[in-house]
Design a binder for this molecule. Sequence first.
Ligand code: F3S
Length: 425
Amino acid sequence: MMELTKEQQAILDGEKGEVLAKVMKTLIRYGELFGATKMVPVTGAHNHLVTSFGLKALGPVYELMNQLIESGAVSQQTFSVDPRPLDKNVPSGFLADFVFKNFMYSRQDFYEEQLNKLGLMDKNAFSCTCYMDEMGNKPQKGDVLSWAESSAVVYANSVLGARCNRNSGIMDIFGSVAGYVPYFGLLTDEGRKASWIVEVRTTKKPEAQLLGSAIGMKVMEAVPYIRGLDKWLGNTLDDAACTYLKDMGAATASNGAVGLYHVDNLTPEALESGESLIADGAQVYVIDDAELQRVYDSYPVIWKNPDATPKLCFMGCPHMSLEQLKSWTDRVETALKEAGNKKVVIPTVFTAAPAVLEAFEKTPYAARLKATGVITSYICPLMYMNNPIAGKMPVITSSNKLRTYTTARYYTDDEILDQITRGGK
Ligand code: F3S
């Protein structure tokens, strides 16, 4: 049975209104399912919500949001939200556009109005990488969160040392509105112990998205303690290491269901507690070059014509960091020069948070990237690919999350570079 504080009991008893009482009841039931015995306060000034898109079919969500707004059951926190689904900068045909606007995201404007009323941080607060410095929603170590975006949850837990379960959409809003979440799983010290040891024994720096995929598919929802990665990433969480861990983590969370990983000598809890984070009887998974190759070779190609020429390339799922945009500008320029081409030969979109794109625009890199023909956008590539017309296109990506949920075909970063600058020839 859940033990409630006086204040929590009062909310449940309806002292703050009927709607909030229902919200509290739902959170308590959710916690009881997972064996939680108490509710703990959500901390930090901001929350992050996963549902960013005004999909026509989401009627019950709009109704629920309305009830929250009308009853005044809004959160004490403001929030960021996952990326917008549409951007006119991203190429799409007439038919795809028609489907986007009339059948898919026709309620986007209405939904954004609801988000505003509920406490959206600002009009630019749309990105899955809300934890980037430029976005202003970076939790502190030890913060208790009510997030649901899987790539952000795993980053917040692992790289920032915050505490958050892999919640679902709507439960994220509920936790924030009530101000409490049930205490279980990754919120507890015990739940943050590793039941897998991953030994990285590759001869070169492993591709972040491949390594994450291998780990996710092996450990599923368990917590892995990763040894041997500090050899390639160093012992400091600098921009490059954080970017790597962002991409690796998103792959662990989508190809498996990882909500937290520890990297020996690098991530905050591993630095603090070291191998005492490893639970008794932990299993071991060794990842060498051959294992990464095996994982890569196991991905199915689900294009209608596997030999089709790619029509679009998406990079930035999760959204790219500023350092990633800069380093990719250098890489694309150099590769184009080597290939004797002036512009990318496949329409290519780099996606990043609006505030990261704004910061990028202030650097000399922005004009250089534009000159290569690469388009930048704030959208979520997955939302784009969910359009049945767009989903039929041969799209390439180095995102293992996008590969998992759509028909997009995965290539390593080097292969992507080759494809977009010389057509893979
Ligand atoms: Fe972000 Fe959309 Fe990918 S939310 S992680 S860009 S699927």
